[in-house]
Design a protein around this ligand. Structure first.
Ligand code: TRP
Length: 388
């Protein structure tokens, strides 16, 4: 889908876009102090990604929190299309989902769309994408998601959880809606055309599994929003609550413009990169700085367009005051890009070292996360047929 200068579909998205314009086009609401205060009144804490509006827009987040407060059954839902190793842009919403899960004590349903990524890719065997799903689970484990409350659906293997719901969804959606929403064309393969029903199905799955209407909140990148618009449109007619969303901005890659993306590996930091490699990628990053140190001292840099600054803001600086200091030191020409990159590179390397230790240990317990031994799939109730 092209919105003049903004190209954003679930499969193609920029990072330095006009996010405010995007939510206007999508019809979502900006996250305001009122939702932030409501969340804080419940969890008694705030999260940097909320305070800094990394999560910046929503649909019915307030209603979800009210439902939670009034004791209604609530769950979280997010997911991952395993197209390669996990990079920092992927784990950003997972870190927040884990925080919400811990603070609110909620089950999290997590979808691994090995089918989607195979259908979307230009090459590669299906088995490759399926194996990546398992690789990517290691990252969820390394981030410390609680396996007792995290239920992973691998589409190709756990389809029976989704298919009875997808059947009903599919009947509500015409090709012309799919095409308009996702930008499909005549040459899109038909796997991709069916796929969205499976991503939508998970939003209704908790209601089926718990046998009552369950409120679902989806923390995810704004690029996933097209799915939720349709999901919300058809929810009531299928007898399910409309899922709520809270959207994050996309982490920029270390190059000029663009989100962190597997298609540009030199500007993405993977959880499997050695700490040394990650450090050197950071040192080679594009910045908002001037061409020379002299000019930087004289004119200052521009953190607003700098992926290095954004990494601090979105992931690697917990302390608000230190972040602001960094911002103004850069603007005022007192901080040179080399120092800034070095500081970030060290933090990234440290994070990776610890993450990789936990990731190695997780190999022994991935199974605990899988939905298949924990829930019975939705049961299709037979209807008595009267003989004609
Ligand atoms: N389509 C998503 C991707 O490409 C994967 C996904 C499935 C997802 N279900 C989700 C992402 C729910 C966020 C929320 O990565």
């Amino acid at each position: 889908m092209e919105f003049n200068t903004v190209a954003i579909t679930p499969w193609e998205a920029e990072a330095f876009v006009d996010y405010d314009r995007l939510i206007k086009i999508f019809g979502a609401k900006p996250l305001t102090d009122s939702e932030i205060d409501l969340l804080k009144s419940i969890v008694k804490e705030s999260h940097t990604m909320i305070r800094r509006r990394v999560f910046y827009s929503h649909r019915d987040f307030d209603k979800f929190l009210e439902a939670y407060k009034s004791g209604k059954k609530c769950t979280l839902y997010t997911g991952r299309g395993p197209s390669g190793n996990t990079h920092l842009g992927h784990i950003l919403p997972w870190i927040f989902a884990k925080w919400l899960q811990d603070k609110l004590g909620l089950d999290l349903f997590f979808q691994m769309t090995d089918d989607e990524k195979f259908w979307h890719s230009e090459g590669g065997e299906f088995e490759y994408f399926n194996s990546l799903a398992y690789e990517n689970i290691l990252d969820l484990a390394a981030l410390g998601l609680d396996y007792r409350k995290t239920h992973i659906i691998i589409n190709s293997e756990d389809i029976r959880y989704l298919y009875p719901i997808a059947i009903k969804i599919a009947k509500k959606i015409t090709f012309s809606i799919q095409r308009a929403t996702f930008g499909f064309t005549e040459s899109t393969n038909i796997g991709m055309i069916f796929y969205p029903t499976l991503q939508m199905a998970v939003a209704f799955l908790p209601s089926e599994l718990f046998g009552e209407p369950v409120e679902v909140l989806i923390p995810a990148g704004i690029d996933q929003d097209p799915y939720w618009r349709i999901t919300r449109d058809i929810a009531t007619s299928l007898g399910y609550p409309k899922p709520s969303q809270i959207h994050n901005k996309l982490l920029p890659g270390l190059g000029i413009g663009g989100k962190m993306s597997s298609s540009k590996p030199e500007t993405a930091i993977y959880t499997t990169d050695s700490p040394e490699l990650a450090y050197s990628k950071v040192m080679r990053a594009y910045t908002g700085g001037q061409a020379t140190a002299e000019l930087q001292r004289k004119l200052g840099g521009n953190p607003d367009i700098c992926p290095v600054y954004k990494m601090f803001e979105m992931l690697f600086e917990e302390d608000d005051e230190k972040l602001i200091e960094r911002y103004y030191a850069c603007r005022g020409g007192n901080l040179l890009c080399g120092e800034c990159k070095n500081a970030l590179g060290e933090r990234v390397a440290k994070f990776l070292k610890e993450h990789q230790n936990r990731r190695t240990k997780a190999v022994n317990y991935i199974e605990r996360y899988l939905i298949r031994d924990k829930f019975t799939p939705p049961i299709i109730k037979r209807i008595e047929i009267t003989p004609k």
